[in-house]
Design a protein around this ligand. Structure first.
Ligand SMILES: [Zn+2]
Length: 363
């Protein structure tokens, strides 16, 4: 995968981007950087862009030059002699991979000024691998540096954490994300807006959903190919979910069971597109979108600009006129409880049917 230039990325919060860019002006990178952010917030893309900046002998605060010999090495082959990327296979980073990397670390950088190890999903290091990594972090050879990524910092050993400079990625505002999708993906405004609303600020998800087929075919990171394939069905499923919420906002009580069934079917499809997603976490994801929907129905009274799903404004206004805000606050609580029950061991059919019947009963 050809790395993007740091300056071309959208990163939240904005001051984070200038911070990372200013680092590139210094003579040396920090020893170890940990990128923390929810799934889909672009940690992987950012790690590569930032590392590409340091590997380029002609780097500027904008990132790597993209044209020198060192940069083109990466672009042509998808690999770089001075970079190692460790990722879970399939769900753990094992000690063998860390040991092999330790061997590689016996040599000086081949072409770049530094050598980097990127550890994706560092929380998936198994205990032996985590201890081996810790030794490397404690006594790194000269000109070797590390970038780790994880969804949350408290998933890592405290001893690893204390050796890293932690950078926390946030969510991109919907308007900004929509503008970015228009510029990098050439989407028209309405389409870009709809995708940005569904991405909920996670730029990595938005880019993955709108990836042109050609780009993923040239994907050479074999370990991650499965996850990087275009998954229009995920976007389609999320759209189906929003269209279900529209129907729900206008439906009668007797339609509750049918809608609950459709909801479970859509969540089933969401489960299918992500190998790491369980049936329960797919249902929880569906309910998280329902929480956003009900939050929006409450925000509607504050003016359209406060609403996330602006492309569904009519249905949201309908919902807000149909039930009092007191009722909708109660509903929001009920959805949150249903989500918790699903993540526990509750029966998904009973929970969703009870919930949808409640949402549709006139009070
Ligand atoms: Zn370069």
């Amino acid at each position: 995968m050809k790395p993007k230039r740091l300056a071309e990325l959208v990163i939240a919060p904005p001051e984070l981007k200038s911070q990372l860019q200013r680092m590139l002006d210094r003579p040396h990178p920090p020893q170890s950087l940990l990128l923390v952010g929810a799934p889909g917030t672009g940690k992987r893309t950012l790690a590569r862009a930032w590392v590409a900046g340091w590997l380029c002998p002609q780097r500027t605060s904008e990132g790597h030059c993209g044209i020198c010999e060192v940069c083109t090495k990466w672009s042509e082959t998808g690999e770089h002699p001075d970079l190692r990327i460790l990722a879970p296979t399939p769900d753990q980073i094992k000690i063998d991979a860390v040991r092999e990397t330790r061997q590689w670390m016996n040599f000086a950088p081949a072409v770049a000024p530094f050598r980097f190890v990127i550890l994706e999903q560092a929380h998936r290091l198994n205990p032996a691998a985590a201890n081996a990594l810790l030794k490397m972090l404690e006594e790194p050879p000269d000109r070797y540096h590390f970038v780790l990524t994880a969804p949350a910092s408290d998933l890592l050993l405290q001893t690893i954490l204390s050796r890293c400079r932690v950078v926390r990625l946030g969510r991109i505002p919907t308007d900004e994300l929509a503008r970015y999708l228009m510029s990098v993906r050439g989407l028209e405004e309405g389409e870009a807006r709809a995708v940005a609303e569904l991405a909920d600020g996670a730029v990595g998800n938005a880019l993955r959903w709108t990836e042109p087929p050609a780009e993923s075919e040239t994907e050479t990171d074999s370990k991650r190919t499965k996850k990087s394939e275009p998954t229009p069905s995920e976007l389609e499923s999320l759209r189906a979910l929003l269209s279900l919420f529209e129907d729900l906002s206008r439906a009668h009580l007797e339609e509750a069971l049918r809608l609950a069934e459709r909801f479970r079917e859509i969540c089933k499809a969401l489960e299918g597109v992500d190998e790491e997603r369980s049936a329960r976490s797919a249902l929880a994801t569906g309910l998280e979108y329902l929480i956003l929907w009900y939050r929006d129905s409450i925000a509607v009274s504050g003016g359209a600009h406060t609403v996330r799903f602006q492309t569904h404004l009519d249905a949201l206004q309908h919902l807000s006129q149909r039930f009092s805000s007191h009722d909708r606050f109660g509903d929001l609580q009920a959805i949150t409880q249903a989500r918790r029950a699903i993540l526990g061991n509750a029966n998904a059919q009973i929970v969703t049917e009870t919930l949808f019947a409640r949402l549709l009963s006139e009070r």
